[in-house]
Ligand binder design. Sequence first.
Ligand code: 4AD
Ligand code: MG
Length: 478
Amino acid sequence: MSKNIEIKSVFKIKNVGDNVSISGWVKTFRSNRFIALNDGSCLEDIQCVINFEEIDNEILSKINTGTSLNIEGEIVKSQGKGQSIEILVKKINILGLSDPDKYPIQPKKHSFEFLRENAHLRVRTKTISSVMRIRSEVSYAIHKFFNENNFYYVHTPIITGSDAEGAGEMFKVTTLDLNKIPKDSNGEIDFTADFFSKETNLTVSGQLEAESMALGLGKVYTFGPTFRAENSNTSRHLAEFWMIEPEMAFYELDDNINLAEEFIKYIIKYVYNKCKNEIVFLSNRLIKEEQNIPKNERSELSLEERINFVINNKFVRITYTEAFEILKNSKPNKKGKFKYPLDNWGIDFQSEHERFLVEKYFKSPVVVYDYPSKIKAFYMRMNDDNKTVRAMDILFPGIGEIVGGSQREERIDVLKDRIKSLNIDEKELWWYLDLRKFGTVKHSGFGLGLERLILFITGMSNIRDVIPFPRTPKNADF
Ligand code: 4AD
Ligand code: MG
């Protein structure tokens, strides 16, 4: 008997008559005769048919949904519908028992809420395992794209002293005894007694350090976990998410947008080809799910159609001011349908505005650029109008913002003015300012939220279902 092979390979090779050894978890066990087995290597379960004479009743009595098995048998042409081959079982080794009354993942439809409570077992469902296979392929495609385009992969720190986004939404990192916090003579916390002898936090972005790397290596990217203590309990926010941040010397805003568009299309195209089965499965899942909501709320395009649309069409590009005018004069704004009405130029767009632009007005991904400086971070390059900065956000259907980026302020005087006007401590950024003192050059970059991209590709509606173990306010189980 050959050694254990993956079920995916069995389907691929399909050599009728071959003897194989496969292992996996039982999805269903019907009529004491048919086992649907899955080992995670592909979406499809393989049907294993038991010949009563060959298998002991005692063994059969131990097989339940969730049991792990090793099966030795022969590949035969399938008698049943829906599969081309199946396994005629010759021998079964029980690897691990499963109590059918207690195993949460029964062969029936479970709500995503229920599955989140069982996040340690939910990857055994077809939906979550499809999402996780796609997540893996997306990650691979990201490295592949940058590698093919001469970018260097750099690792920026996870523990940092800087607040790159200036939004103050940081998790503190400390070894101080919280019951006995040392205070200085002013009654303030004495961080000199802390591990790093200064205040530190988990990074909200690797950008500032990536800029330093780019201004020597040319083109770099980071790809790592990012932490934000924003108390947003939405279907698009995580407290721990993964971000991809390329940073390129000599790039201006246009180059930056072009790269972002090319990059996103490359990833989606790669994954669409690589994970066709999963995407078709998820597309059908979505159609079924949407049958429960009113017709006018259903997506106009299926998941596959949306994916193809993004791959094949150029993203719309408009300035903040153009977007503002469209939104201000839009029906929902005039009729008071927006929760946040738009009246004065300069306000930040909310997700309802972004989705109106993308889903109703343009029906296409939209790049909005040249935002008011007041609503953007200190590092973005000031335009000549002294009111807007060279920022760009990419907005996606069903999601809203998927990318945020900018051309960086490379002029030290302008940067110092910005830092001062935002009351940021210049001393903390001494090294960042150094980059503008020694051979400063124009440069740009952006951040793509990995989970938001996966939401788009999988058609899932909650970001908690596209990362194995989500961290959100009041939830860090597992
Ligand atoms: O727009 P953001 O805050 O940009 C930055 O952090 C820049 N430093 C990036 C850069 O220029 N290098 O975040 C970038 C992206 C967002 O567009 C979004 O996709 C994702 O990160 N993101 C989140 N994803 C999940 N949960 C959250 N709480 C997120 N916050 C941002
Ligand atoms: Mg942003």
